[in-house]
Structures are given as C-alpha cells and as structure tokens.
Design a protein. Structure first.
Length: 630
C-alpha cells in the first residue's frame, strides 16, 4: 500500500526514490548512443514502447548546449511536436530557486540561513516543541530538516488558481509540525521551500515569482520560464496519465515555490550551464561559486555534521548512476516527470522531462541520456576498502525507519522497513524484506554501497551515527534514518504481525466452507453464525480498504484529497472494521456452551484476538476514522 499512496504523492513535487544516493535497484545501462541523432532514435523507441507522448531534453557542456529540443508530441490530439521552446512542468526541480533567492538575500545582508523562521515570519504557523533550544531555521526549510510531515493530501488536491503564497500557506498548516528536533534528520517536505519563498516575499517586498524572474530567470537566460500557465496554450505541453492518451487538467499548485515552474529545453539548458560554470553566466556572477558549493553539500543533519558529504543540500542532491556522481534535482507533477543533473568535475550535464507519469519511461530515458554523456568519460576512483570500525558490533542488530516523509503511511513503512544490520567478512550488510544489501567501510564510521551487478558507488552514502541519548542510529542515504531496537521487541512485533496476517488469511479461507455449508439445513448452526460473520466483515472491510487504494492509484490526489466516494469509502471501512472487530470479540467470548462446537469457539477467539491487536495498532496510528481529505 505504501507504493500505491506514494505513486500519487512521492512523485509529486518531490525527489523520487531513486535519488539522494539511494539508487539500489538498477538495470544494465543501454548501449551508449554515439551521436545526438542516435540518442534521439533511442528516445523515440522508448516513447513508443512505453506509450509516452513526448520528451523535452538538453545535453549541456560548460561552453553551451550540445543539444536542446525534443522528441515526440506535446499534444496528442493536435499532433503538435515537442520543440526546444515547448514548456514542460519541472516539478520539484523548481525548489532550487527558493534556495538561490534566500542566498541572494543573505548576500544583501537582509537575512541569514541560520535565522529562526519565527524571527522573520512570525505570522506563518508551525509547531515545534523544541523551538526554545532547537528552533526551525531558514536552512532547515531548504534542506528538509524541519521534521515536518509532507503536505497532506488536502493541500496537494487544492487547485490554487489566483491564490497568493500567503493564502496557500494559511490554507492548511497542520502538516507543519516538527516530529523531532529540527536539524537532525531529513524528511522531504514540500512546505519548507514554500515558507522560504514567503520569507523572500516579505524581506524583498516583491512577489516571490517576480523576485525569481528578475534576479534568476532573466540573468541565467531562462527566457520563457514561468510559475504560471502561459497565455498561449500552444506553448505548453499537455500532461497525460500513464496510458499516454488521457490528459490531466493544468494543476495550479497550492505552494508554487515547491514545484510550479514551466520551462523549455532552451531554458533548462541555460540553467544547467549556469551550474557547470559555478553560478556565472557570460562572465557575470549571478551567484558566487561558493554558493553553488554550499547548495551541493548538506550541513544540518546528524550525518552531515558527523562528516558524511553525500546527501541533500540546499535543493541540490547527490545521486549515483553507473559509477558516476551527479548533482541536481528531479521532480514530478501529475502527468510529468523531470530530471536535471550535472557533473561539475567533468563539465557536462543534462535535463529531460516527459509529459506522462510513466515511471518506466522516465527511468529508461534517463539511462539512455546518461549512457550517451558518459560513454567517453572515465569513472571516478572508488575509495579503497578500510577496516570495519572497532565498535561496529555495537551497531549490529535490528532497526526501524525513524524519519518518515509521509506520516500517513508510517504504520506500514515501519513494519516493512525493519532492517537487520550485521558485520561480517569486513563488510556491513542490511537484510530487509526486499533482500540483502552490502556496504564496504571507507574509513571512520562511513560506508559505500556495493551493488551486486553495477559499478561500486564512488563515495560514502551510509554512516553509523554517534549515540543520541543512549540510542544508536544509522543513516542510510540522505532520506533514511534508522533507529536501533531491541531484538526482543522486534521478535514480538514480527510475531504479532505474522499472527494477525495468518489469522486474516484463515478467516478468508474458512469463510467459503461455512457459507456453502450454511446452504444445507442440516449443517446450519445459528449459535455460531455471529461468531463467523463478524470476523468476516472485519476482514472484508480491510480488503475494501486496500482495493480503494488500488482503484484510485492513477489519481490518488484527486480521489483522496477531496471528499469523494473513494475517500468516504476509506473512512467508512475503517469504522466498519472497528465495529466488526469489537463485535467479533464480544460474540467469541460470550458464545453459549450449547450449539457451538469447541473448535469453532477456539478459532473464533483466536482470530478475534488477532483482529483486536490489528485494531489497537491501527487506532494508535490514527487510521480508524481516517479522513484523507481533512
């Protein structure tokens, strides 16, 4: 269910799960194209095979673009081709402009990255119980270390046409609550850059979008980039569902600094070149090179403070592909996926954006482009293996994820993400439900990932963190902080989970037999009827709950972020589940002696206990009476 929810949330205005040094599941890269024309041919085939209408892309070097243009169509109905000037929605790639705006104002002496947010914009609501000692600072908004939950579905679903940024932030602030002390762990949060955007408005006296256009778009050479839909609809691509045929309506994003920019291949080619030249355009510094360096390197997480270089900086993160290190940011909106990445050491970068939410097409296009730009490059050196730290055995054991991005699904994520950390043969291993991953020590408490087939990653991405109040943590990539648990606790949790799952399955397997048996008058047992019906109703409500997510996966934001039949059904199923579980327990323990077989009584009590455990767990995580639109 996590993937179903994230299909509508995590790829929206966000860094995808293959970024930030966490790209573990990789396919063999395609045979590198030897020319742009050959690359275009590869992309045409990918679009055709994946039913994706079009792609806008640019290959860029320090002295200018090698290519900027597109393949396929921007509008299926009109058969309008993608050109170098066609505007695509770049999603969270937009976030860097909030960071750069803050850096510009810092140079003007108007604020500091370390300023508490309350000092600058006390009118913006957020809650942080550590504010007296660990306030939310401007830098936390940009490095996603506020501890806030990501935007709620209600915020994603709002069509904010005509709304100001302040009105957007006031629309619903409940997600802006720190779940841990700011400046410790990263959890991707779309409202952070939006609050930073409002700070820009208040300090500069200009609308955020106007400030960016004047101070960044124009100097960089992004001549047609805009946060708003263009007046000429023909300048814009249409965005499509995964089938490549069904269009989405234009999404007026509530918090525009988080991901509303529309930009062309020409715009993005200039943007990539800006990074390759370390903030300079045509000999003029738009930003000092030191600011570009700062954007690329995180500083506020535990891991960064303890020496891990890779991670998420100021709207700019590290990623690893085929043995190469990239910086940049990707993004997604409904019906559109984007990646902007570059390698400053070798002076080359790329941009591409597809007008479909097809993740398979997105991955294949990226692999083809990266294969082309790296075909003649030498991979960076891989750090030599060091010895496993002397205190590594202290870190061996069980861990759970401890920095959820989306609090709504953490009740599933924490169970599915249980990880056993072990040290053997001079290496560290993570064992999860998804398999085993291996890491090599590179010195100190840092490790680099060792993929089974691909090239080793050339930098450390995982670190054993120093104890925090007596608790051990491991940082795995930029996004995942794991907290150590006692083995006994984990075994109890796994045992109870298996008990609940097997009991639910047993109810489903048993139900057809007693339903069919009930058709015969001789086999009817009225005293047992309620003992059978209530557990079955509880299980069926869980099945419907999951099916709603399956059915709405293509448009989860619209279906669950508003009051709809789907969102109301979700809420109702959780209430029905609670009632059925309580009724199941009462009938199981109050069943009369006569007329109820001992085996049926025992079975009923066992499954009722299992369902009660599930009810308590779901209620603890706020899933009973769930209102996804609220």
């Amino acid at each position: 269910m996590k993937k179903l929810i994230l299909s509508g949330i995590a790829l929206v205005l966000c860094a995808s799960t293959t970024c930030l040094g966490d790209d573990k599941k990789k396919e063999e890269p395609p045979k590198p194209a030897q020319s742009v024309e050959e690359l275009r041919g590869q992309l045409e085939k990918i679009l055709k095979d994946t039913h994706t209408p079009g792609v806008s892309f640019a290959i860029v070097k320090k002295d200018g673009p090698e290519y900027a243009g597109g393949v396929g169509v921007a509008d299926v109905a009109a058969n309008r081709p993608v050109t170098a000037d066609t505007l695509f929605r770049i999603g969270s790639t937009s976030k860097a402009f909030a960071s750069m705006s803050i850096l510009l104002l810092e140079h003007q002496g108007k604020l500091s990255l370390d300023d508490p947010v309350k000092k600058l914009v006390p009118e913006i609501w957020f809650e942080n119980k550590w504010e007296a000692t660990d306030p939310v600072r401007v830098v936390h908004l940009l490095e996603h270390t506020t501890g806030w939950d990501d935007m709620h579905l209600r915020e994603y679903a709002k069509d904010a046409q005509g709304m100001s940024l302040k009105d957007g932030l006031d629309y619903d602030h409940h997600s802006r609550t720190s779940r841990w002390a700011p400046g410790t762990r990263m959890a991707y949060c779309n409202s952070g850059p939006a609050v930073a955007g409002y700070i820009v408005e208040k300090v500069s006296g200009q609308r955020f979008e106007d400030f960016v256009a004047q101070n960044l778009f124009q100097p960089i050479g992004m001549k047609t980039a805009t946060y708003f839909p263009p007046t000429d609809a023909a300048a814009m691509t249409v965005l499509y569902h995964g089938d490549g045929k069904t269009p989405y309506h234009y999404w007026n994003i509530l918090l525009r600094p988080a991901g509303a920019i529309n930009a062309s291949a020409n715009d993005m080619a200039a943007y990539v070149q800006f990074y390759l030249n370390r903030g300079t355009v045509n000999g003029t510094a738009v930003l000092p090179s030191t600011d570009i360096d700062r954007m690329e390197n995180p500083q506020t997480t535990w891991a960064a403070k303890e020496g891990l270089k890779a991670g998420y900086g100021l709207s700019d993160y590290w990623s690893f592909h085929d043995g190469f290190v990239y910086h940049g940011h990707n993004g997604g909106v409904e019906g559109g996926l984007t990646d902007m990445s570059y390698m400053p050491e070798v002076g080359v970068g790329y941009f591409y954006s597809i007008n479909s939410g097809n993740g398979d097409a997105f991955d294949k296009v990226g692999k083809a482009i990266r294969a082309y730009i790296t075909s003649k490059l030498q991979k960076p050196a891989v750090p030599d293996m060091a010895t496993v730290p002397a205190n590594a055995t202290d870190y061996a054991g069980w861990y759970e994820p401890n920095s959820p991005r989306v609090q709504l699904i953490f009740f599933v994520e924490r169970l599915m993400g249980l990880t056993h950390v072990n040290f053997a043969d001079g290496k560290m291993t993570f064992a999860t439900l998804g398999g085993k991953e291996t890491f090599a020590p590179v010195g100190g408490l840092q490790f680099r990932y060792l993929p089974k087939k691909d090239h080793p990653e050339p930098a450390a991405t995982t670190i054993l963190l120093a104890p925090k109040d007596g608790v051990l943590y491991v940082q795995a990539g930029a996004q995942t902080t794991m907290k150590k648990l006692s083995t006994a606790y984990v075994f109890v949790e796994i045992g109870l989970t298996c008990f609940v799952v097997l009991s639910v399955i047993a109810v489903g397997v048993y139900a057809p037999f007693w339903i069919l048996g009930g058709l015969s008058a001789k086999r009817r047992r009225p005293a047992e009827r309620a003992m059978r019906l209530w557990p079955l109703l509880a299980v069926l409500s869980l099945v419907v709950f999951v099916l709603v997510f399956v059915v709405t996966a293509e448009d989860v934001i619209g279906n669950l972020g508003n009051v709809t039949a789907a969102s109301l059904t979700l809420c109702l199923t959780t209430i029905v589940f609670a009632i059925a579980v309580l009724a199941s327990g009462m009938t199981a323990w109050r069943a009369p002696i006569e007329g109820v077989r001992p085996g049926v009584r025992r079975f009923s009590r066992i499954v009722s206990l299992a369902l009660l455990i599930a009810l308590v767990y779901l209620a603890f995580w706020g899933m009973i009476g769930l209102r996804t639109w609220a």
